[in-house]
Each structure stands twice: as structure tokens, then as C-alpha cells.
Design a protein around this ligand. Structure first.
Ligand code: TYD
Length: 134
């Protein structure tokens, strides 16, 4: 599977105003247990710098833009999110960094689990060691 797994939301474009839709278990590939969004990220601020052990997420810039750098322990890839209907799926054990946030960016995240700090790997060496045979 490609490191950048794109996710297209259904986009109902209408002169009266457009609607972007994702449905858990139909197009979003998990039951959504949590949503959150980032906004007002200061210029030059980067975020992320972690991986998750179990969590699956879909991320999309509902407004504005930002870049993701994803790392599966073997390779890295970058992607610009700049359209409200074009997101990415982030599977478990993918290190992510987010940066180049536009000042108007609203980064929406759909998550497969409730918040659980013990699901995070925030130490890059620990992330790399997880791929080594014991
Ligand atoms: P984090 O996931 O590290 O943010 P990002 O990947 O966007 O840089 O979370 C930042 C802080 O917010 C951290 O202290 C945990 C807290 N947090 C919650 O309490 N609940 C949540 O659902 C999320 C996403 C974060």
C-alpha cells in the first residue's frame, strides 16, 4: 500500500453552498469515535511528531492548507492538503509531521478511537525500534 493513502470525500457542489460528506464504515474505513480539528496554528509552527500504535485517522484541510510528512520506518513521503474534499488516511505506526499551515487552515481529523495518550509513540527512536526484530 502506498505511504500516501488518499481519501476523497463526497463533495456536493452547489451554488447555494457546498457540502462535504464522509460516512463511517461506508467510505471512511472505520467507525468514527472522535473528531477534532486544529485551527489558528501560528505561522512556522510544526505539529505532530508522533505515531500511533492502533489509531487510524482521516485528515483533511476543511479550509486553507498544510503539509504532511509521513514516515513508515522505511520511507518518507510528503503531501499537500489544500482541498476540502481531498484527505489522507493515516494508518497505525506511521510517524507524521505537519507543517506549512496557512493562517486560515482548519485541519479536520476523524479518528477511530477515543483519545488515549498510551497509544502515542512520541519518541522517534522508539518508533524506529518497533520495526527491529527482537
Ligand atoms: P497531539 O495529538 O500531539 O497534537 P498534534 O498531532 O496536532 O500536534 O495533541 C496535542 C495535545 O492535545 C496533547 O497534549 C494531547 C492533547 N489532545 C487531547 O487531549 N485530546 C485529543 O483528542 C487530542 C487530539 C489531543
Amino acid at each position: 500500500m502506498s505511504l500516501i493513502e488518499r481519501f476523497s470525500f463526497q463533495h456536493l457542489v452547489n451554488p447555494a453552498g457546498s457540502i462535504v460528506v464522509g460516512q463511517a464504515g461506508i467510505d471512511v474505513p472505520f467507525e468514527i469515535k472522535r473528531i477534532y480539528f486544529l485551527h489558528d496554528v501560528p505561522t512556522g509552527q510544526s505539529r505532530g511528531a508522533h505515531a500511533h500504535k492502533k489509531l487510524i485517522q482521516v485528515a483533511v484541510c476543511a479550509h486553507g492548507s498544510c503539509r504532511f510528512r509521513l514516515d513508515n520506518g522505511v520511507e518518507t513521503a510528503e503531501v499537500l492538503l489544500s482541498k476540502p474534499d481531498e484527505g489522507i488516511v493515516i494508518r497505525p505506526m506511521i510517524w507524521r509531521d505537519m507543517y506549512d499551515f496557512s493562517s486560515d487552515c482548519i485541519l479536520l481529523v476523524l479518528a477511530s478511537e477515543h483519545y488515549d495518550e498510551s497509544d502515542y509513540i512520541r519518541d522517534y527512536k522508539e518508533f524506529q525500534n518497533a520495526f527491529r526484530p527482537r
